[in-house]
Design a protein around this ligand. Sequence first.
Ligand code: PEP
Ligand code: MG
Length: 583
Amino acid sequence: MSVMLNGVGVSKGIAIGQAHVFYRERPEILEYAIAPKRIEHEIARFHTARAQAQKQLEAIKLKFSTDLPHDISNFIDTHLLMIDDPVLCDGTVDHIRHRVCNAEWALQSQCDRLVKVFDEMNDPYLKTRKDDILHVVQRIQRCLASDTDADAPEELQGDHLKGRIIVADDLTPADTLIIRHQKIAGFITEFGGPLSHTAILARNLGIPAIIGVRNVRQLIQANDWLILDGAQGMLVVEPDDHSLRHFRDLQKDEKRRQRNLFGLKNKPAITLDGKRINLHGNIDGPDDVRTLRQYDHTGVGLYRTEMLFMERNEWPGEQEQFEVYSRALRALKGHPLTIRTADLGADKEMRDTLQHGPMAHNPALGLRAIRRCLREPHLFMHQLKAILRTAAYGPVNMMIPMFTCVSELDQVLVLIERAKNELRAERKRFNPNMPLGAMIEVPAAALSAMSFAKKLDFLSIGTNDLIQYTLAMDRIDDEVSHLFKPLHPSVLKLIDMTLQAGEKTGIDVSLCGEMASDPLYTRLLLGMGLHSFSVQAGSLLEVKHIINHSHLGQLTSHVRPILELATADEIEVAVDAMNRQFV
Ligand code: PEP
Ligand code: MG
């Protein structure tokens, strides 16, 4: 009899296949006393296991490094750094010395301590980072328990997983890499959250996935047939013929649709009544340009530079940043690159804040983004100079996140002048006319959009934060995710005000939050007057398809009355009806 289960869909797509149940046995960790003269030997055992764990991860990275998206190599690097982390290593060695106990127990005690610190954090994103510590410690524990030199669990080697749906308690980023190489159909895990690295990887790799399916081990046997719907977070175990036929048809339709969309690659985004729309992509680093170009040869409307600053203790210097940004610019082969200055703080934290000083109570309202850069102008200066220099070699724009008042912009303008003077004195090449823009992502900035627009070359609406701050809902807190409503009338009013400020002053206004990537909102935004979208690579063609089938004049008159509606629910119904009418 078929059974239906639900979890959290973290990567869309339909997978149909037989289950491969992969539960990693955790070695039982016992405490035992050792003879004092064996302390050094025990410490050496711990370091050997660490070195072995490091070797395994290096080997996985090397073996699967072709076409590795930026995020993924970053996750493996994070685990490599953690293996070397002084808090983990020195703490474990201290335990061995002071408790005169075995390495396994000392490592586990130190791990429990660290996990407790993460559990007590307010920030759900950081809370999920404890998974990384657990993954790293379990790998070292396995090395301590066995003397094998395997690069990866035997279970995951070979190619016997092709077409299978993996059912696991948890998967590490390294596991995800290995199974992706084996062309699995999808995966389901019992643990992990939507912000876990494994979930992010699944999305990046385009593997349908559901996480958080409780007790899945009891409900699924090896080789059971499964249907996994990643968009709905739904799983059917041992489906009947009718369900199999239904989902196979859906799968075929989806594949056909994807193939057709690829016919739009490198074609312009232009409405039926001839309005050319800028359709750009979002990236996190130069390596992502390759993914972007798989979908379209286009420019970048949002380069989030934080990745360069995270997982390290010091801000990168000017030359290092210049080289990284130049690499992204070269990869774009003449298409524009909009570099956002560091949006550090809240969900994109640097290591230094974790190590020194307490966490802010409300990090999203704290020393984040431009506030943080203005607090440390000498460090910010490196980034300003690096971007100005990159702009001498191609179409580069600089964009500043999270302004709340124009006086912050005035301070940035002074710093940019200072950066230019320093570059002149140092005889370095730079572009003195580099366009400068602001992200509008705080209600205060949207309400003052006219004042910003008068002083800038472009604006870009960051709806992820604009929604968070307008609706007073933490964008990374699962408990309030139901309050995240892009169609709330107040959010639409603020977007509208910003678009009008652009229109009145004649500057470009783009939208680079997730809302731009969701095809549900494309017609609404076009009708509101948005002519510049910056989206996730995977959404480029779908959004382009809608643009190319839209008549701007018709949408404009259709959308105005929708903006007058009083509730998000009413607007949702009206947008849904519009999408169906103009399909
Ligand atoms: C936004 O807030 O919409 C945005 C694009 O910036 P981020 O998601 O990086 O905060
Ligand atoms: Mg933002």
